[in-house]
Design a protein around this ligand. Structure first.
Ligand SMILES: [Zn+2]
Length: 474
């Protein structure tokens, strides 16, 4: 019985087959398939066969992923639906083929090569490309893993952190064994094991206004996997100034965003958000939590967008903001426009070099100094002496469930403006949260209502570290 297969032709051979990318033929063996191909395309026959009718030795033939020389040569049987790939190679048995991809790479990237949208051309673009991944955390994990698997040529990673137990719920680049190790060392080991063809370049630094432009200069695409506003604005501005596209993603709790910023004509992150929210308004993932799988979804989208940008295929998320709500399982795409008045990418930019991003995000402003503070040691002493005061916890109920200081009263910060009446004005209040940020705002609010409120520096985190290690950290 004759089998029907697709013969895929490399770009170089298409002119000899009326420009076709692939030709459908029938036969029982690889030899039959080629004979059928040549019967249909006389020009190809001349290119690929010697006058004696033998396959020229610069031609490699693969059935699916396998070189027919490792099978039964032209007598190798074919099955319905197989793909026969013709790969012109350098004569003399060199492992590097004319395509610039080794035999091992041709097998590794087979599923890319057989798609016309990627093909040999797209795979070579990937191999010749370089991507800088900012952060080796939740978003950086799927980003780095998929870009490495896909075969980008150089993958730079900027990170200065070490792997912590609390990272493993989502940062799948790292393993339990890597706890305590540098994230860069852990990432490089894992990525090299996945694909040794990719050059993984660790940048063991904190990204700053001083080093960002020099770092970005050597890469084609920047993938923003950061988790804080100062670095996010820094990455954006550096991308605009260096003229590099930014595959952006961000996550919080159950929601994610993705886009492609700072391309030639597209908007940048500042066009969308000219200014960061005031410090403390949007909690970080460390404070507010994040579903472990969520960065898997958003980081993977960043990897897809990066590959599309490099291969020049499809419709990248330029001028569009993708919103994902994991709880509702809803996707939404919003149109975003380049802002002609954008301070960095607009017509008359006011930001022409990188600035102080901590200051820009308000993180250098002194916390309201009128709020009295108390250390966890002093709090412990007061509790031991059974001094009279109300210990107010302004975290969320689910945090209270994980860890609490005995004797505390819970009113979440968001409910305080409705429930402060539950507190007795005559009593001294000592207020804590996880790290001290939310409780500072609670104290500020309570003071404005005439309460005597003192903030616990470092919150329950400091309590667990320095007073009672049996209180779990989260
Ligand atoms: Zn802009």
């Amino acid at each position: 019985m004759k089998m029907s297969v697709q013969v895929k032709l490399p770009t170089a051979l298409r002119p000899f087959a009326d420009g076709q990318e692939s030709v459908k033929v029938e036969g029982k063996t690889a030899g039959d398939a080629l004979d059928a191909l040549f019967a249909k395309n006389e020009g190809l026959k001349k290119q690929l066969l010697t006058p004696e009718g033998k396959l020229r030795n610069f031609v490699n033939v693969f059935i699916n992923e396998d070189d027919i020389r490792d099978l039964k040569g032209l007598a190798t049987p074919i099955k319905d639906g197989d793909t026969v790939l013709i790969v012109p190679a350098i004569a003399g048995g060199s492992t590097a083929t004319e395509t610039g991809l080794s035999k091992e790479e041709l097998q590794r990237y087979h599923r890319h090569l057989i798609m016309p949208e990627v093909g040999m051309e797209g795979q070579k673009k990937l191999k010749n490309s370089s991507v800088l991944c900012v952060g080796a955390g939740g978003l950086g994990s799927p980003l780095a893993l998929y870009l490495t698997a896909a075969g980008v040529g150089r993958l730079g990673i900027v990170d200065f952190d070490v792997v912590d137990h609390s990272n493993l719920q989502r940062q799948i680049l790292h393993s339990t064994e890597s706890v305590g190790k540098s994230k860069l060392v852990s990432a490089k080991e894992r990525l090299n094991a996945l694909n040794p063809n990719v050059e993984v370049i660790p940048h063991d630094v904190r990204l700053t206004s001083q080093n960002a432009l020099a770092l970005f200069k050597d890469y084609d695409v920047i993938a923003d996997g950061t988790d804080n506003f100062p670095t996010r604005y820094l990455v954006n501005d550096a991308c605009v100034l260096a003229g590099k596209p930014n595959a952006y993603g961000s996550i919080f709790r159950f929601e994610g965003q993705a886009s492609v910023f700072s391309t030639q004509d597209g908007p940048c992150y500042r066009c969308l958000y000219p200014e960061p929210p005031p410090p403390g308004l949007v909690p970080s993932c460390a404070e507010g939590g994040v579903l472990g799988v969520l960065p898997g979804v958003i980081g993977t989208i960043q990897a897809i967008e990066t590959i599309k940008l490099i291969a020049g295929i499809g419709k990248p998320l330029i001028g569009r903001l993708l919103l994902f709500d994991a709880l509702a399982m809803e996707w939404r795409t919003l149109k975003i426009k380049k802002n002609p008045d954008c301070p960095v990418c607009g017509k008359n930019p006011t930001i022409k070099q990188l600035i102080d991003y901590e200051a820009f995000c308000g993180l250098k402003e002194k916390p309201v100094s009128t709020i009295p503070e108390i250390s966890v040691e002093d709090l412990k002493a007061k509790l031991d002496k059974k001094e009279k005061f109300v210990l107010l916890d302004v975290r969320e109920p689910h945090e209270y469930e994980i860890a609490k200081i005995p004797g505390s009263k819970l009113i979440p910060l968001g409910e305080l403006d409705k429930r402060f009446g539950e507190l007795d004005k005559g009593q001294k209040l000592i207020v804590h949260c996880k790290m001290g940020g939310r409780s500072a705002r609670a104290c500020q609010f309570l003071a404005s209502k005439g309460y005597d409120a003192t903030n616990v520096t470092g919150g329950i985190h400091a309590w667990s570290e320095r007073i009672d290690p049996s209180v779990p950290q989260y």
